[in-house]
Design a protein around this ligand. Structure first.
Ligand code: HXC
Length: 259
């Protein structure tokens, strides 16, 4: 994968995608969004990658959408720009494979929104989160008003969005925006260790669980339970279910094959 603003690496079955536009603190412009969209398609279709970590190069995760590019947009262009980002972030959220955000620094505006479309967020002690849009005379446009409220509750989301306050990693942890806070130099090791722990489980089951949680959270509980029931049933059509249960009964480690 050859991109101007992204770096892609593999560690076994883990894909590591890094936003690489450090001179603008990894701000998301149209080109970065377009590259991200292509990279996600490639990663989702690559059978050797089972889990993805998204991070940023330099001192930012992503400091937001590109303000210089947005400044001169008219309503139609801004709406299209929002639509592009919403589409890419939704694609990440709905990837079959789990996605971990390793938040290494500023995660502001579109950067906070990018972290929120990932399944799990690990933050370094240097990470800072916020939705500063109203300070720029706009509102969040890559689903910040939606995902932040769902993640931390409406009251905290409104406070963060109305005040534009930047919060540190510990406060983000306290309000449930991140799963874990770790020292900066341990961030990638922690993210990889978490990825490996998930990879040691049955990956079809992990993917079904992701779908069930995502779809269930977006619907009523009856429909959510029906989705869970059907995917639960479908697990029993996999070799991994036989292997997982067989290994338990034979008191050995399972050897999952993603089948
Ligand atoms: C464009 C940005 C940028 C951004 C930083 N830069 N954030 N460029 N868009 N979002 C650029 C700066 O202009 C500067 O370029 C360089 O990166 C370094 O930034 P500094 O401001 O000099 O660094 P520092 O003083 O350390 O401050 C860091 C910061 C600040 C606190 C993160 O850069 C900042 O407040 N950035 C904007 C954050 C923001 O408002 N994000 C939300 C955007 S709106 P030069 O060339 O001067 O070196 C958004 C909407 C999403 O995300 C939805 C859209 C549909």
């Amino acid at each position: 994968m050859d991109f101007e603003n992204l770096i892609f690496k593999r560690e076994g079955n883990i894909g590591i995608l890094s936003i690489n536009r450090p001179k603008a603190l990894n701000a998301l412009n149209t080109q970065v969004l377009c590259e991200l969209d292509k990279a996600i398609d490639m990663i989702e279709n690559d059978e050797d990658i089972h889990i993805l970590i998204i991070t940023g190069e330099g001192r930012a995760f992503v400091a937001g959408a590109d303000i210089a590019e947005m400044k001169e947009m008219n309503s139609k262009e801004a709406r299209q720009f929002a639509k592009n980002g919403l589409g890419v972030f939704r694609k990440i959220e709905l990837m079959e494979k789990p996605v971990i955000a390793a938040v290494n620094g500023f995660a502001l505006g579109g950067g906070c929104e990018l972290s929120m479309c990932c399944d799990i967020r690990i933050a370094s002690e240097k990470a800072k989160f916020g939705q500063p849009e109203v300070g720029l005379g706009i509102i969040p446009g890559f689903a910040g008003t939606q995902r932040l409220a769902r993640l931390v509750g409406m009251g905290r989301a409104k406070e963060l969005i109305f005040t534009s306050d930047m919060i540190d990693a510990n406060e983000a942890y306290r309000i449930g925006l991140v799963n874990k806070v770790v020292p900066q130099d341990e961030l990638m090791n922690e993210a990889i260790a978490l990825a490996n722990k998930i990879l040691s489980k049955g990956q079809i089951a992990v993917r079904f669980a992701k779908t069930s949680i995502n779809r269930g959270m977006e619907t009523d509980i009856e429909t959510g339970m029906a989705i869970e029931r059907d995917l639960f049933g479908l697990c029993f059509a996999t070799e991994d279910q036989k292997e997982g249960m067989g290994a338990f009964l034979e008191k050995r480690s399972p050897n999952y094959k993603l089948r």
